[in-house]
Design a protein around this ligand. Structure first.
Ligand SMILES: [Mg+2]
Length: 213
């Protein structure tokens, strides 16, 4: 068998986080671009998606997520994407996604979010990967950035969810992306902040079989 085909723009596909062969999250997204150089996916504000249910809303999310991952048992529930229109930019083979984000009220560009994650794997319904917990929030004008979820990331390492080797790889990938932020290099200088979705695209919904690995 050859490589699975790339997705045509406008296709509605499933973008999933998978841990130990079980779905951890599932988001229906619309394909903007799928080429050997770039995968661009549109996550529409208001999209219904699946996340693990948290046993206690008063306990720190990262702490709870790490313990669910360690136990290997969780229930998925429906939720709504509440972080505004988001474009996901992933270079095939690289271990991060760059999220381009806009505010609902006036579609103002609110900045870049770098999500450290496994390289995407193609599936019959979209793409699978697993999040690697560490994130970086970058100002819209690239003038500054902050780590996010660093405590949860350190805890994940201590719990053995990531090996020391994996942790070093994740931090090295983060440093490579930050170099691109400092250099204002692609994709940060490609004009994505003025991108708008095709108004004819409906909000996608998860298809039957979204949970089949
Ligand atoms: Mg993350």
């Amino acid at each position: 068998m050859g490589q699975p085909p790339s997705w045509t723009p406008g296709s509605q596909i499933v973008y999933r986080e998978v841990w130990q062969n079980k779905v951890w999250t599932a988001r229906p997204v619309t394909v903007v671009e799928d080429t050997p150089h770039l995968i661009a996916l549109y996550l529409c504000s208001g999209t219904r998606w699946k996340i693990p249910a948290l046993p206690d809303p008063n306990i720190d999310r990262a702490y709870l997520f790490n313990h669910l991952l360690a136990a290997g048992v969780w229930q998925l529930i429906d939720t709504t994407w509440r972080w505004g229109d988001t474009l996901l930019l992933i270079r095939p083979g690289e271990a991060h996604a760059i999220h381009v984000m806009w505010r609902d009220a006036d579609r103002a560009f609110t900045g870049w979010y770098i999500n450290l994650q496994e390289p995407l794997r193609r599936t019959p319904i979209g793409f699978d990967f697993m999040d690697q917990e560490l994130d970086i929030v970058v100002k819209p004008d690239l003038s500054g950035w902050t780590w996010k979820d660093e405590t949860g990331f350190q805890q994940a390492e201590e719990m053995g969810l990531f090996s020391r080797w994996e942790t070093r790889q994740i931090r090295a990938e983060a440093e490579r992306v930050l170099e691109r932020v400092r250099a204002k290099a692609s994709p940060f200088n490609d004009g994505w902040e003025t991108w708008v979705p095709n108004p004819d695209w409906p909000i996608p919904v998860l298809p039957d079989g979204w949970d089949i690995i």
